[in-house]
Design a binder for this molecule. Sequence first.
Ligand code: BG6
Length: 503
Amino acid sequence: MQKKLANGVIVIFGASGDLTARKLMPAIFSLYQQKDLSKSNIVLGVSRSEFDDESFRQKMQEALLEEHPKEKKAIDKFLSQVFYQQIDVYKDEGYVCLQKRLKALCKTHKLEHNFLFYLSTPPSLYYEIPQHIAKLGLNDEHDGYKRIIIEKPFGTDEQSAQALNAHLLQHYQESQLFRIDHYLGKETVQNLLVFRFANAIFEPLWNASHIENVQIYANEAIGLGSRAGYYDQNGAIRDMIQNHLLQLLGIVAMEPPAKMDAYSIRNETLKVFQSIRRFKSAEDIKENVVTGQYQEGCVQGVCKGGYRDEEGVAANSTTETYAAIRFFIDNWRWHDVPFYVRTGKRLNQRVSEVVINFKATPHPFFSQVQKITKFKNQLVIRIQPDEGIKLSFAAKEPGSGFKTHEVDMGFYYSDFAQKSMPTAYERLILDALQGDNTLFARNDAVEACWNIIDPIIQYVQKHGKSLLSFYPSGSFGPIEADKMLAELGHTWRNPSSVFKQKK
Ligand code: BG6
């Protein structure tokens, strides 16, 4: 049940940046529109850039109008509750100014000292800002909550994540820290919990006795954009697999939690991360990991150069823009079931799915009369776009004999006509305001995910050149990834862009 929100201030560090304009402000605006954020919650943007309240509002107005061109009046009303404070985030004086401003705003608007600090800054500031805030006592919850949302990347490997956690936990309780992974905020990802644990019929099948393989992927049609500085240092495994896709895998593979609360759910996903078989040797990695980089080609009719032609990328960069990894989970439920995880940029289309491929019938009954001798049921959970769930099964064609066809039954979010899908950021900001960290990553889980990924990254960094396969933009990715699945007789689902069949 939704709790009534306490009044307070959302303080966004890095307020002049792209994420604030593109994702955070639209999400907060939408929460205002739905009255989830009462009038008594205000927003304070903070950064080094030179703005005052008015010029900052103007910048935010432009961003919001792009998405909601007809809602100028509502936007302006919302922006009257948005303020700006310029500070030098490296200097003590800056935080003293910030503290004064917060006090003054709370007094004028009659607000409690409830502060949600959103760090939408370069990761190097994840040390600096929380420490400075704590120094001024703004971590002390005696007069209201003090919470921090931290964007990814949370560390660059296990060691740095541990160090960052240790640093933050010196000043804050774990319950005050919200490590954001926006995939967990997606409606379809949350619905996975409902699908699995509110329906009795799927759970008995959800194991190695009935499932042949699981595929979890986030394919993107976009390329690098203007993010060379960040992306070329990180690559697809760090950018997407260490966080978003492993979190998804955790939800797909977890045991039913003792309760539907943050503590119990996060305990179960942690156990999955702890049970993922670690890659122990170079051979192991070569067998189970495919990396790729996009070359020139056309995506949906738009033709562009390759990754190495992008601005800011070296002509000999070996950074992977695609990765496919075969994981195994060493526990009773998932013994020897491959979990194929993949992601890539400039693929043929944007689509994220979880695909459960069930085993074929033990005996192919209709083999003489049907082309598909071994029919396998497939359950597809479409994370985005065209969100929904589809289960395929075999059906008999009317008439003599037993000619069978693959058909499906489905649920499509578009059928919930009256409800629009909230964005991941809307959901997550609201949860943080309510103090619910179920959909945020816990310190131990983040470290465990790095522990899985670290050996792969080390290998890729050392042998990137020899491991890297190239794929044309607009394709399904490198054929080496198809070969990896073929070794065990499996194939990728390469979905068509239309998920819901038109009636
Ligand atoms: C971000 C990655 O976390 O997720 C981006 O840094 C990626 O590289 C994005 O494009 C994908 O998010 P979504 O919600 O569009 O699937």
